[in-house]
Design a protein around this ligand. Sequence first.
Ligand code: C2O
Length: 541
Amino acid sequence: GSTRFYDFKVQTTKVTKLCKTTNIITINGMYPGPVVYAQEDDRVIVKVTNLTPHNATIHWHGVRQKLSCWFDGPSYLTQCPIQAGQSFTYEFTLVGQKGTLFWHAHFSWLRATVYGALVIYPKNDVPYPFPSPYEEHILIIGEWWNKDVLQIERDVLASGGNPPVADAYVINGQPGPLYNCSKNDIYILEVVPKETYLLRIINAALNTGHFFAIADHKLTVAELDGEYTKSYTVDHIMLGPGQSANVLVTTDQPVAKYAMAASPYISAQNVSFQNISAIAHFHYRNANPNGVALPAQVPNFNENSAANNFVTGLRSLNAVRVPLEIDTNLFFTVGLNVDECHSSTPNKSCQGINGGVNKASMNNISFVRPSVSLLEAYYKHINGYYTDDFPGVPLKNYDFVNGAPNNIPNDTQALNGTRVYVLEYGTRVQLILQDTVIVGVENHPIHLHGYSFYVVGSGSGNYNPQSANFNLVDPPYRNTVGVPVGGWAAIRFVADNPGVWFMHCHFEIHLSWGLSMAFIVKNGDGPLESLPHPPADLPKC
Ligand code: C2O
């Protein structure tokens, strides 16, 4: 492969949207940020220079970072943040990877505006497994916030309560005409009749899943999270934050303007938010420019069945290498908690559920980010920053049908800790992710760094090993899985990439509340199985 060089300047940029001018953090002044283009097996080198007064890091979401864990990017996990005025060069190889991924900041809520697509083409002379499209376009879904997102995170943690919601949803940075003062802020994709287009769709939103549809047009999913799927034709797709899909669309309708809608999928109960879709236009050439765009049909924001039906129909294109035998069988709960309000509760005004402090956890451990990089602490054997005793929890009733959320139990609290789970190199892992309903149910998009995994099963209610049905033949291979509301998802992967790998809910607010943990994957025997040495310019805390 060849080497692709990019220069990223993290900077403050003035942007006017919804009739308000704000300073946002961007890469090179662009919102969304620059697209990184590469081919399978290429080396990517990105020098990131931080010209803002804030900390920053960049994460290459979905890049497996085989033997390059130092360049993964989550702050305090694999590196200290790049401080004001400093730079750090990310260098990694896209080993066996192709498709649509994205990159984003991984410090506080900076990824609200610091994100962009990562497009990896197949190698020269390797065709797509579908007829070559007429054109390819990127649609990246995000959230627009009028306020400083770093301040929003500080405020919400200080209040103990729920976060505010985004001021708008956006497609390629544009909200479309449905918001106040946004009539002309619309992304327009001009198309010609009787052709097939490849749309690379990414959900980069902070806190919202999205349904996506185009008026009167079918979508054929061909790839998911950078892996080909069996062709799957639907009226709408659903992407949680962190997920991406390539879809094929044929312009087989009368010449006109059609709306493309990204509408919120919000499974949490009792949240108030603006139920307004981001709209872009799918504009046939020679359509009347003043005509109205035909409206897109999307499911209602709380249609869990629409989200679940979409994902259960997804299949890998090829028979895959699903581990059939399992060495380590893990069961992790994912969910929200609420701590009691104590006078000693630091800096909290207890505006959470039942007058408490909102939190989130995996296996009832609310992750506390260390003040150094975990990877560095592990590599250099520095004691005192983490423990390797991430606990198990019993398989029991976590199902909302029998209690919460109408009947919130007394025991809703989580323990704080920086506790990791250690995997021997080469371990074949099955992990069941179980949604809890201690204080409310929600579809959590769980993202694992350093790996893709097979989503071998999912279901509603409590996971039951006797009745669970698994697909070990052609399950989708993803980097982010939505754990169904009040249900479970099962994933499998082989732990063959040494390092420290973050796993977390890709709702930024849940990350702030502690819905995360880390795996340490140990060295194997050979030099190609061991942790590389840290780069010389690795930022210091
Ligand atoms: Cu895209 Cu740790 O995240």
